[in-house]
Design a protein around this ligand. Structure first.
Ligand SMILES: Nc1nc2c(ncn2[C@@H]2O[C@H](COP(=O)(O)OP(=O)(O)O)[C@@H](O)[C@H]2O)c(=O)[nH]1
Ligand SMILES: [Mg+2]
Length: 346
């Protein structure tokens, strides 16, 4: 899963990217050209750590999210064609909103206004893309270049989307059929992608509720970036001393998972204890395929148990012996936090 960190210049994108990925990119550069740094972050996971403590495996693997520090938005939120093409490539966005006083201009924060400015640009760009596509479709219809029924379905869909945009409704709120969703994938419509708002707070200030329907989160970006540079035990000590709630990036990362509609499941053995992501509502067969294509191909059944029940029982074999492993077929949809053991035969 890949999330682009976006926002107006100086909102704190690089600071939050550093906090999430443990990188040390320079902050305070107001870039006016498109520049993207990518980094991979382990999803912090106390549940996984409990499983690791139980199994003491040779290898441990966290679930991961790739983040991009996406610079290049204008001061007024404007997007160059180059930036729009870059934005089209991410699964969703974390929009950083400056909620601290700008050290350079002493300008007071205007987070709600900043969201509106960005959304307006998203809508405008999608509108332009869709208009261009509708023109192409009209040409195709005229010359009879394509299957009539298919063309009409597509025209109908894009006209519906235009109506939404004209009413200033981002496309992410549209109810779409699976086939329509699939069709839209290739068009890189940026207002259709999930968007999480992050208030980047002045140290010591409490977050203010944002007047927005979008999911939101608040953290001290600068402080979190600094803490991410410390050894883990020192950072914990610092948080205790200054009474800062548990790691802000931990909460931010779980907000990112729910933004992307992902749940976590685990696999455990003496060789590896590992966390995986699965789209919410996905089947255990799909989960098996994520682990290894052979497991999906030769799937027989899955044995399933919640992570904390497993810990209480002392391991998979103990749970099996106690009759506490549930047996599920391929259509079963795992819920967050389950340990899954796939029985397969290839
Ligand atoms: N007071 C305060 N300053 C911050 C915070 N986050 C970032 N800054 C400062 O704001 C400036 C811009 O931050 P940066 O992360 O480079 O923003 P970007 O342009 O969006 O990448 C830098 O000087 C940061 O140190 C914050 O949460 N609080
Ligand atoms: Mg930056």
């Amino acid at each position: 899963m890949r999330l682009g960190i976006i926002g107006l210049p100086g909102a704190g994108k690089t600071s939050i990217f550093n906090a999430l990925t443990g990188s040390d990119l320079p902050v305070g550069n107001h870039l006016s050209h498109v520049k993207i740094h990518t980094g991979v972050a382990n999803v912090p996971d106390p549940q996984l750590e409990s499983l690791i403590a139980l199994y003491e495996p040779r290898k441990t693997t966290y679930a991961q999210i790739t983040f991009g520090d996406v610079a290049g938005m204008g001061e007024d939120g404007s997007l160059s064609g180059d930036l729009v093409n870059q934005l089209a490539q991410w699964d969703g966005f974390v929009a950083v909103l400056r909620a601290f006083e700008d050290p350079l201009t002493a300008a007071p924060p205007t987070p709600e206004q900043d969201v509106q400015v960005m959304e307006a640009e998203f809508l405008l760009n999608d509108m332009l893309r869709i208009e261009a596509h509708l023109e192409r479709l009209a040409d195709d219809r005229q010359i009879g270049a394509r299957d009539r029924a298919e063309l009409e379905r597509e025209l109908n869909l894009f006209q519906r989307l235009t109506k939404a945009l004209q009413a200033e409704r981002p496309l992410r709120g549209q109810t779409l059929e699976d086939a329509e969703r699939e069709l839209l994938q290739g068009y890189g419509l940026i207002s259709s992608k999930p968007l999480l708002l992050v208030q980047n707070l002045e140290e010591g200030k409490d977050p203010r509720p944002l007047a927005s329907d979008l999911p939101s989160f608040a953290l001290y970006g600068k402080l979190e970036a600094e803490l991410a540079q410390l050894p883990a035990d020192e950072a914990v000590g610092f948080r205790k001393e200054f009474e800062i709630a548990e790691a802000g990036n931990e909460g931010l990362m779980s907000a990112c998972l729910s933004l992307l509609g992902q749940i976590r499941f685990y696999t455990v053995s003496a060789s590896e204890v590992r966390a995986w992501l699965l789209p919410k509502g996905g089947t255990v067969l799909q989960a098996a395929g994520t682990i290894h294509s052979d497991m999906a191909r030769g799937f027989i059944r899955a044995e399933v148990i919640q992570w904390d029940d497993l810990i209480q029982l002392g391991g998979l074999s103990e749970a099996r012996a106690a009759g506490k492993l549930r047996v599920e077929g391929k259509e079963y949809a795992p819920i967050d936090g389950e340990v899954i053991h796939i029985r397969f035969n290839v």
